[in-house]
Design a protein around this ligand. Structure first.
Ligand code: SF4
Length: 178
């Protein structure tokens, strides 16, 4: 059985760009794989969050009831929780809908902007919460990586530092936006 630290990634309300940037680490993913086991992620097949992950990267804001419950479960089973990208850190793009009611957002998406079979779905899609909010407004966050998305170099640096047992100082390396 592996004794390496475990790494997880979670996708809440985001565009997957932060996960794409994670993949842009390219061949250095092999260096990370030598240091940690990826135990849960949209990038792997495991459907159950592990009993404890050493580091979890969270992409996206908390926008739906599913996001809300998921992030609490993830927090309870994670040692170091990392907000990855501006949507997780500030709610960013998902929060653009906050000045409108949930009903008007759904109407816009499912009634006004479609030409065929217009209806607001009541099954399958998770119920939206009134506001999209950053992860730290729901659960404590240990490390923030701003950027839309954060660069692959920054993500690699942050993970390398965390896996070495250090808290990365990302202030000189990161900024909000692209
Ligand atoms: Fe996409 Fe940017 Fe949000 Fe990341 S921070 S999920 S790249 S919009």
């Amino acid at each position: 059985m592996s004794t390496k630290p475990t790494l997880a990634t979670v996708w809440l309300d985001g565009c997957s760009g932060c996960h794409m940037s994670f993949l842009d680490i390219d061949e250095r993913l092999l260096e990370l794989a030598a240091q940690a086991d990826l135990v849960y992620s949209p990038l792997v097949d495991n459907k159950e969050f592990p009993s404890m992950a050493d580091i979890t990267l969270v992409e996206g804001a908390v926008s739906s009831e599913e996001d809300f419950h998921k992030i609490q479960k993830v927090r309870a089973h994670t040692r170091i929780l990392v907000s990855l990208g501006d949507c997780a850190v500030t709610a960013n793009v998902p929060a653009m809908r906050n000045r409108f009611s949930v009903a008007s957002v759904l109407d816009r998406a499912y009634l006004e902007n479609v030409t065929l079979n217009a209806h607001v779905p009541v099954e399958v899609i998770p119920a939206l919460r009134k506001q999209s909010i950053p992860v730290h407004q729901v659960v404590p966050v240990d490390v923030y990586i701003p950027g839309c998305p954060p660069s692959a170099d920054v993500i690699f640096h942050a993970l390398s530092e965390l896996l070495a047992g250090r808290v990365p100082d990302l202030r000189p390396l990161t900024h909000f936006g692209s």
